[in-house]
Ligand binder design. Sequence first.
Ligand SMILES: [Zn+2]
Length: 156
Amino acid sequence: MPSRKKAIVGPVDPRRSALMGRVKGKNSKPELAVRSEAHALGFRFRLHRRKLPGTPDLVFPKLKKVIFVHGCFWHRHAGCPRTTTPKTRAKYWKEKFLQNVRRDRSSLTAIFDQGWEALVVWECETFDRDRLSKLLKRYLSKKHRRQTEAADRLPC
Ligand SMILES: [Zn+2]
């Protein structure tokens, strides 16, 4: 289930975006699912634009919209059964997860500041293709979307 908690956003830390590649598996299965559904809906997009904050997974230049596909474990999908915490080296993991979450928030803020809209699609939301398609259609068809909706979907 997506988080509806209000996210607190902070400034961008470029050191953190450098770590992005390690956390985000490019061309991951969930990402391929999102691409395939967006394509089926007739939307054209580009991939992993490094020019944009956080290197969004899908970029729709004409719509000025981006999509981030987040793995539930790494990006800490709130309330999701996949968001487990390893029992060993708990401190290490806690710090690592905190960094990921902070960086995600910073990326969103920076994206909004540049006048783009953003949607976070969680890994577990890509399993049901019909629901995924509806989610994408709603987001991509909508003209004026509240920017904070994307931030609301991140863990607090
Ligand atoms: Zn999840």
